[in-house]
Design a protein around this ligand. Sequence first.
Ligand code: NAP
Ligand code: F7E
Length: 350
Amino acid sequence: MSFIKTALITGITGQDGSYLAELLVARGYQVHGIIRRASSFNTGRIDGLYSDPHSRDSRPLVLHYGDLSDGTGLRRILESTRPDEVYNLAAQSHVKVSFEAPEYTADIVALGTLRLLEALRDHQATTGHRVRFYQAGSSEMFGATNPPQSESSLFYPRSPYAVAKVAGHWFGVNYREAYDMFICNGILFNHESPRRGETFVTRKITRAVGRIKHGLQESLYLGNLDSKRDWGFAGDYVEAMWLMLQQERPDDFVVATGAAYSVQQFAEAAFAAAGLDWQKYIRIDERYYRPSEVDFLQGDASKARRVLGWSPKVDFNGLVKMMVLSDLDLAHREATLIKAGFSPPNESAM
Ligand code: NAP
Ligand code: F7E
């Protein structure tokens, strides 16, 4: 089997990594993904792309053990896979956790990006191959800056995660300017899906809706209901990542829907989609508050529309409905298992 290009994805087992891998495989790429060693299986989101590991050359998806803390390993993977495109999606991506593990978060998000860029810089120098690099930047970098936020808005990060992402962003800009590397920074606003990690607020809500509807949970504890986010669908956003690397020149782009809703509005919509009244089930627990909050993110993605021809296909209501339907189905299957004698999973902790 021949492939049109080769891509390397860090963070392939995450939400975005799985959608991106599907997109690239569908477009004829061979995709190499870096996975971490874990004591239990962590490839659930990409199992659909799995193929026989004994036919290496013809496999559209090949996995390698590695970690953004391990520069030597990254270098080796880069040299053995010789990708045309690298997508750096790996991160300790939870904002609240970053307050509890700031050094680790900075090591992976900021220094991990630097390690990968250093390996790529040497790879480019020795092979002459100008590999295209996507850096997963975040709207969290804007933090306290007033909306709407665009490429020209000030970065004002409000968490160790966001500070580390700002460093990753500027490493990307600096290596582009210093070494003529093809590096694009995507500044993506929140994007969700049925594959979203269960400790992020949207998925925490839709999981609870499913479980409450099926009698598996009585209430849902949340933190700040007033913050506003610009929520889009992850499947739409990975297409923007790919489009950035197909341009003639590397550049930085905001990716967003342009519409913002509060956490409370998301909860109202999600409970209503299952015929439930959110007020009966939601309780506040201050342990979910952050030491410094990001109040209002709403992106201006006009540059991505103009230059990349990108626009989101799924709107807020479509996203809520997609996630609720998926989690109603999941809870239904869970209830069936419980009836058959299996124990239920723990409620989300973050
Ligand atoms: P995610 O679901 O949390 O996935 C993170 C991925 O990074 C997972 O594959 C994880 O592996 C991997 N990872 C974590 N630490 C690692 C390490 N030390 N070495 C190697 N891999 C490591 O995140 P996501 O939502 O897909 O987001 C993808 C990227 O976009 C992240 O960089 C995130 O910060 C950024 N971002 C996300 C959003 C959003 O709204 N989703 C918005 C802007 C930017 P395991 O599966 O083993 O944990
Ligand atoms: O919080 C509030 C919380 O954790 C959204 C990551 O993908 O997007 C994500 O970061 C809001 C915050 O996402 C709970 O205080 C209330 O205001 O879903 P979240 P996030 O912090 O916006 C950005 C763009 C990224 O780059 C990140 O990687 O919801 N909130 N109650 C809660 N949040 C959580 N997690 N849990 C609660 O119980």
